[in-house]
Design a protein around this ligand. Structure first.
Ligand code: ADP
Ligand code: MG
Length: 351
């Protein structure tokens, strides 16, 4: 059992604020993701949890107890997946057992742990084989088993599958999710891939330059981003951000292509966020300021339509293969309830 919490933790490297006043709580048994662009402080947070780094300010707690002065070995959290490559000259069983053999665990305990983890990963029937005789997916599961064979209170993973090809990455993250649920262990997972974070995390924290910008369930953050920064990191194509004005009569944006009745938004200049899947394309009515179709990208199940409304470029994500041609004029429609309104500083205005 492991709940892991930061209270106002700051870590500096010279003048760099690697982690800036971070406060969060990862609950026991949670699959918790840290997501952010490169250099946003993800790895530093993991090293602080492990005890490989000491905070300059603030407190780290494991199960409610301060651990700032506790050695890494005594914290009982393990970084796994630093190396997913298997030893080619060992069987799958020897590979899985390796971390325990290295720690000189008694053979009977090793056999029991290997059997347990192999059952969870569905690799019992291939343990006698060398890696060369395993499929890509099987090798991956053996490597995960080796990573999980020790039994700490919490696992940490730092971008573990970024080196895999796209297909194997998708398979592996589904496996990871299943395994975490079955093991019932706290898993803190770092990724710079938004789709991966969305798909695996129970909850996630979004980082910007060492600061935690938002914490919540992935879908919650996707639907209610607290800022343009967060909104733009999640979703593909990215959310459209359109400059607009809230006047006495309502909201106008994108050279008149988007018009909305008055809302709870305060008067003045605003930024409007529209997810591509929430932007609808329709026949323009007489005299309606519309948009011009710039490009149509059929992706099979979906089509991405790029549009210009005055100087504003927008993207719409449509189901199937709609009959829309480049250069045609269209009207833009959106459900006001699906829009996001941000102020000048990029923070959300109404929730
Ligand atoms: P991420 O894992 O999100 O890419 P890091 O935690 O590795 O980010 O880095 C956060 C910031 O701290 C970066 O600006 C990085 O250059 C800096 N940093 C990380 N580790 C060190 C270090 N050992 N010495 C100096 N600066 C570091
Ligand atoms: Mg990193």
């Amino acid at each position: 059992m492991a709940q892991i919490a930061f209270r106002n933790v700051t870590k500096r490297y010279g003048r760099t604020l690697a982690v800036d006043d971070a406060t969060f709580t990862v609950e026991d048994n949670e699959f918790f993701c840290f997501f952010g662009p490169p250099l946003s402080g993800k790895s530093t947070i993991l090293r602080l949890i492990l005890g490989l780094e000491t905070p300059d300010e603030g407190e780290i707690l494991i199960d409610g107890k301060p651990v700032n002065a506790v050695s890494p070995a005594a914290r009982n959290v393990a970084m796994v997946f630093q190396n997913l490559a298997l030893f080619p000259h060992m069987t799958a069983r020897e590979n899985v057992a390796f971390p325990l053999v290295e720690r000189k665990m008694p053979q009977a305990d090793i056999d029991r742990r290997v059997a347990q983890v192999s059952e969870k990963l569905h690799i019992g029937h291939i343990l006698h084989k060398p890696p060369a005789q395993l499929s890509g997916g099987e090798r991956q599961r053996v490597a995960i088993a080796r990573a999980l064979v020790r039994d700490p209170a919490a696992y940490l993973m730092d971008d573990p599958i970024s080196a895999l090809d796209a297909r194997l990455r998708e398979e592996t993250r589904v496996e990871l999710k299943r395994i975490q649920r079955e093991l019932g262990k706290t898993l803190i997972y770092v990724t710079h891939d938004q789709e991966e974070a969305m798909s695996v995390a129970d909850r996630m924290a979004i980082l910007e330059k060492g600061r935690i910008r938002q914490v919540g369930a992935p879908v919650e953050i996707y639907d209610r981003p607290a800022s343009i920064y967060v909104a733009s990191l999640l979703g593909s194509p990215a959310m459209n951000i359109v400059a607009g004005r809230r006047g006495a009569a309502g909201i106008e944006a994108a050279a008149g292509a988007i018009r909305l009745a008055a809302s709870a938004v305060p008067e003045g200049t605003i930024e409007i966020g529209v997810r591509p899947e929430d932007l609808k394309v329709a026949e323009p009515e007489a005299g309606e300021a519309g948009a011009t179709v710039v490009e149509v990208e059929p992706l099979g199940g979906y089509t991405v339509v790029t549009l210009d409304a005055g100087a504003t470029r927008l993207r719409a994500l449509m189901r199937g293969q709609p009959d829309i041609r480049p250069q045609s004029r269209v009207a833009l429609r959106c459900d006001p309830a699906r829009l996001h309104f941000f102020g000048q500083g990029g923070g959300v205005l109404v929730r």
